[in-house]
Design a protein around this ligand. Sequence first.
Ligand code: FES
Length: 304
Amino acid sequence: MVNDGRASKIFRSERVRRAQPVEVADRLALNSRLDGTIHTLSSAVKRALPPGRLRNLLHGVPFGHPVHAPLTDVPIGAWTSVAFLDLIPGTRRASQTLIAAGLAGAIPTALTGLTDWSSLHREQQRVGLIHAVSTATATTFYAASLIARKRGRDLDGKILSYAGLTALITGAYLGGHLAFRQAAGANHAESINHLVPLGWHDLGSIEDLPDGWPVARMLGYISLFVLRIDNAVYVMTDRCAHLAGPLHQGRVVEIDDEACVVCPWHGSTFRVADGSVVDGPATGSQPAFDTRILEDGTVQVRPV
Ligand code: FES
């Protein structure tokens, strides 16, 4: 290949494009160097937080969506305000109060984030680990800043705060990447009902459905979870609301006398009658369908 001036210009412009922050974050998602650490840490979090009330609360199940993202507003809001207050004379006490408020808010923020992170895909966990390291670094800088300010070393305190802000912005960017580019925390089943035309649709004969054993059935190009129990048929979207796992491959269990399905990927548990969440990490209900059985045994479904 001839190494003329034009070729070297193309090479330079490509280097500039690849240096974009989003490219760096995308490369982080593909870097497997920390996978051993990720496996050890996420297993430890799952062991410490078995399925149940506390874990559901930390995921945000009672609120219907993850609570980690809204909680980040407390430290980010408090510490960003400090950056402006530090430029104004006579705001010493206000800055100290806001740093302390941010530190208090960082505790539930970290706990909820760690809980959500333990049940993500590996690519999301790689970005999430660096996000956590960045925000933990920011928290350490702000704690050191508060100590310095309390000891009367205000200039040191301000320098430490600005160092913390730099780490905080890095962590916030990666958090945004996780939520909006990698769709961690988003509901992965919400759009499905909108893709099914209104009204009743044939799904096949009840005789073709195994009793007590979930199967997948296609409605157009939409995959549905179908469970027959005696003469009742329950139908939900097959893509798990958490991260789109195939629910028809999950275990059917009975909880409080109600049939539920446990997602094979991260254990979210849904009542098959209405798709409501029993256990997270999913926080949004699984879209369920109305069903009816015609006299000839044809099962019909329609979006609720
Ligand atoms: S995909 Fe994660 S629990 Fe279903």
